[in-house]
Design a protein around this ligand. Structure first.
Ligand SMILES: Cc1cc2nc3c(=O)[nH]c(=O)nc-3n(C[C@H](O)[C@H](O)[C@H](O)COP(=O)(O)OP(=O)(O)OC[C@H]3O[C@@H](n4cnc5c(N)ncnc54)[C@H](O)[C@@H]3O)c2cc1C
Length: 394
């Protein structure tokens, strides 16, 4: 087994690192996950994405003809690792990592021409309309309906937990076009501008008091049939292909490592209850344990990346990485709040008292969603049990 990167990949890493050092101020919070961020952080992210686009780094994994850089999976892994460690704003993953690759596979020439340049240049942002109030883990039970009427589909129903629906220009969504068919077979994949009459959204405020996701309502929303991607009633398979991108989880591994490195530095220099944190046995043991765990997480992520780099599709390995890293992020946040004591509970909005920019108080709440979004930890464990361990379905 060879764990090293090639000299070319190491040179690429150094180039990104230098770019990030110049472009990402370290004394501000840019929103680690790209969602639920303040208007100021959102605007910083938009400007940053345009700079990435100017270097052909926004969609490095896309073919050159569509504005990408023909880069391999491991280069994407390196890039995402460096960006997350530097706390850089993460690009609009809905456009760059999900919809773009799907349009390349299933889109018509016209759809590619219409949508890919806007994503590659960071001019147009997207959101993902999959989950519904009654359909999350069991997504194929979704009920939002699209009925053909002349040259349009007319959409009625509701989506929920839609990240960025309040800021995105477009939504890609799954709708039911044949209510009589078996549940996976009556679903279609549609592209809907969020400015269409009848499209409305209501904020859902998370427990960290952030507006990241929304409820979205459709009342007779008319979308031209040209906005159907792939065949009618075959949208489930189009939607599933969305997963065909770099999904190693390396960003989360790097973000946890960054938090831990900051925490170690803090422990060295701080004291609690009259004693140095750096000499506190409990804090030392906890930090050592978490550093080991974060290294394990990094290699789980590399494993998924290297499976993809071989041209294979990771299966339960992605669930191992996703489940482990999202739970690790929660353990790191908890350790931070405990080790820092009272200052650990102060959020970034109170810079006078906040330590380490209030990262840990915020992370303590925000990381909770990580074990739900993109498939809950229970669902990941089911996948590992069935596909990884060959246990029977329950
Ligand atoms: C931060 C965040 C961002 C999100 N962004 C988006 C977005 O942009 N677009 C979008 O479409 N959705 C988004 N979601 C929604 C997310 O995909 C769903 O919340 C997730 O799939 C779980 O679905 P649910 O909330 O309906 O829970 P449910 O599926 O109802 O699950 C409820 C509980 O039951 C458990 N459970 C369910 N089925 C099983 C089973 N078979 N075996 C064992 N346990 C089970 C679950 O693990 C969970 O604990 C987001 C969610 C979060 C937290």
């Amino acid at each position: 087994m060879d764990y090293s990167f090639t000299p070319k990949q190491e040179a690429f890493r150094a180039e990104i690192r230098e770019f990030l050092r110049a472009e990402v101020p370290q004394d501000e919070d840019h929103g680690e996950e790209g969602f639920g961020v303040s208007e100021q952080a959102w605007q910083f992210g938009r400007r940053f994405q345009k700079k990435l686009a100017a270097k052909n780094w926004l969609v490095p994994h896309w073919p050159k003809q569509y504005g990408g850089n023909d880069m391999g999976i491991m280069e994407q892994v390196i890039m995402r690792e460096e960006m997350s460690y530097a706390r850089a704003p993460i690009p609009d993953i809905f456009g760059t990592n999900m919809l773009g690759p799907v349009l390349m596979l299933y889109g018509t020439e016209e759809q590619k021409r219409q949508h890919l340049p806007g994503i590659a240049s960071a001019e147009v942002t997207w959101c993902q309309g999959y989950s519904e109030p009654g359909s999350g883990s069991d997504l194929a039970s979704l009920q939002t309906k699209a009925v053909r009427d002349g040259d349009d589909y007319v959409i009625n129903g509701q989506k929920i937990w839609t990240s960025n629906a309040h800021r995105a220009d477009w939504m890609f969504m799954l709708v039911r076009t044949d209510p009589e068919a078996p549940k996976h077979k009556g679903i279609s994949f549609l592209l809907t501008p969020t400015s269409t009459p009848g499209f409305s959204h209501r904020p859902l405020i998370n427990m960290a008091d952030q507006h990241g996701f929304n409820e979205v309502f459709f009342e007779d929303v008319r979308v031209p049939v040209q906005n159907l991607v792939g065949e009618e009633n075959r949208g489930w398979y189009v939607g599933a292909a969305l997963l065909d991108f770099e999904r190693s989880g390396i960003g989360q591994a790097a973000a946890s490592r960054r938090n831990l490195d900051d925490l170690v530095e803090y422990a060295r220099q701080s004291s609690k209850n009259g004693g140095s944190n750096g000499r506190n046995e409990t804090a030392r043991n906890k930090l050592a344990e978490l550093i080991i765990e974060s290294e394990v997480g990094r290699f789980l992520a590399y494993r998924v990346g290297s499976i993809q780099a071989r041209g294979e599709v990771p299966n339960y390995e992605s669930s191992v990485s996703k489940g482990y890293l999202s739970e690790l992020a929660q353990r790191v946040a908890r350790a931070g709040v405990n080790i820092m004591g009272l200052p650990g509970q102060v959020r970034p909005e109170s810079p006078r008292w906040a330590k380490l920019r209030g990262t840990f108080a915020l992370a303590y709440m925000v990381t909770l969603g990580g074990t739900i979004a993109g498939g809950t930890s229970e669902i990941q464990r089911n996948i590992i049990a069935q596909r990884g361990l060959g246990l029977s379905r329950i």
